[in-house]
Design a protein. Sequence first.
Length: 392
Amino acid sequence: MIRSSSHALKFSNKNKLSLIEQMFSDFRDTVSVYIDLIINKDLPLKKNLSSKLLPDAKFISTGQWKQLAYKTASEIVRSNIDYQKKKIYNKYKRLYAKCKELDRHHSFTSKRFKYLNINYLKRIDIKSFHCSINLDERFFDIEETNGEFDEFINIKLPWFKPGTKRRIKINVPIKNHKHSLKFKDWDRKKTIRLREKDGNFFIDIVYEKEEIRNKSNRTIAFDIGYKKLLVDNHGHVYGKELFEIYKKLSKKQRGSKKYKRLLIHKKNEINRILNTLNLGDFGLVILEDLKNVKKGSKGKRSKSFNNKIQYWSYRQVLAKLGMLSETEGFEMILVDPAYTSQTCSVCGVLDKKSRKGEIYQCASCGLIMDADYNAAINIHSRGVYSPSSKMN
């Protein structure tokens, strides 16, 4: 598994920050030139290209930086081509179906999509692009220190010293913080990422560690709800406070400072709650596959409800639990959510009338319990006895 820690370059002096800013500007300009050359077919589109085959760059003077700029330009162009292919293919499917239905344009419908002569480069229009700089060990080295900073990252910049073939270098001071200290015992990859955001510069340090899997036979299931973030199959409830945050968000103006602060607060609260679950004691965690729940709710719920549910955090919960599964060693599976909230967890009778808001009252056997707790038990049963489960 791979993780990264981000470090703001706030401890660098003005001269170093000025050189970093110039480096980003020159690198972006060179990437932009190479993008234009690739689109105009004056440069081939490959993953890498020898610096000897690259034209002289006005902004950078070292061959390795020219290669890096070309590689970045190539990645940007190829990602845009992939986007265009998907966009054109979706149009093709609609047009193909219409022509088939009308029995027209047989010369078009007789060809498969891959045989159509489409120049994707002509359709690309890259006016602006976000550009981070990924450096391998050729471009930097690390100097540990016992002083005020934890280390210096010595970066070889894309220019030579005047009148020489010696690179200009800067040493960037780095301090560890709470997040980066989590990876103290991980292996450090020989790559870093430089990026810019809102006029500030950051270095991302990348770590890797062999993924562990515990051998526990214990299982747990969660119902991910709206008014309660999680309810497990033992009846424990987590994150009731999130509902108030959703309500506040629905009343704030999108894009306002208060709105953005609330989004950050919501994310932090969810991460805090999930970090307290101690899931390393379990071998299997079971959840519902609810990826289309928001889409399916449109038109069936009130406008007020849809305004609140757009802030529901299923995907964030799933992403966080996915990360925890790697670090804590449990397996995570998603099961079909159909009727888990309408089925009695004791007698198994399905009756949508039994679900009465937050309460489940079985019309058959008379069971009365929290509706989300009942659903969590059903999710657990469905996961433990599913073909994909190793707990069968």
